[in-house]
Design a protein around this ligand. Structure first.
Ligand SMILES: [Zn+2]
Length: 199
């Protein structure tokens, strides 16, 4: 029905989360309609993030160098680590202004049915970070979903094995159950963080 280049664009757009066939088609026709400069600015922005943004070597947050801005910030408490599933969760927690520690981004949640096992996440790297006893508390801020809760339990047990001295806490209840952290408003997430308890 479409010329192959147009079909290719629609196919690529429809791979984006939340974009169905209809929306992909609408976006493709929008890009065909706007001038070349505007359409290519999108292509350039995509190329630039893929070339310049990688993962922080310490916490696996997004970084435009070997380390992310938070790991490079000397004012952030190195004895306090907040564990999250995705880099977008770091943004959600930063927006609350309630957290002054560092992060550890797992890269997902445990889900054996989907083939996501501990070795697919940055769990061993977390244990390495706390092994020397320099970390006082680990706040496990995985999503309040089935997989997020299972991941939190797994990590809490593992951390206790690696370093029994460490305090492991979980966000307080009040977050919408079954939803991802990014859907929680700042006030609710801030309160959940301030009211965190030991697990
Ligand atoms: Zn980092």
């Amino acid at each position: 029905m479409y010329a192959p280049p147009v079909q290719r664009l629609i196919t690529e757009l429809s791979r984006l989360p939340g974009v169905g066939g209809r929306t992909a088609q609408r976006l493709a026709f929008h890009l065909l309609r706007v001038d070349a400069e505007q359409a290519l600015a999108l292509a350039d922005a995509i190329r630039e993030v893929k070339e310049r943004i990688g993962l922080c070597e310490v916490c696996f947050n997004l970084a435009d160098g070997p380390r992310c801005r938070i790991c490079l910030d000397e004012r952030r408490d190195p004895e306090l680590i907040c564990v999250v599933e995705e880099p977008s969760d770091v943004i959600s927690i930063e927006r609350t202004h309630e957290f002054r520690g560092r992060y550890h981004v797992l890269g997902g949640a445990l889900s054996p049915i989907d083939g996501v096992d501990p070795e697919h996440l940055k769990i061993a790297e977390l244990y390495d970070r706390v092994q020397d006893g320099s970390v006082r508390e680990v706040v496990v801020a995985t999503n309040p979903t089935t997989t997020g809760e299972a991941t939190a339990l797994h990590i809490a047990e593992g951390l206790r094995r690696v370093n029994p001295e460490i305090s492991v806490t979980r966000l307080a209840s009040g977050l919408p159950v079954g939803a991802d952290l990014e859907y929680a408003d700042e006030l609710t997430l801030g309160r959940a963080l301030a009211g965190r308890r030991a697990v």
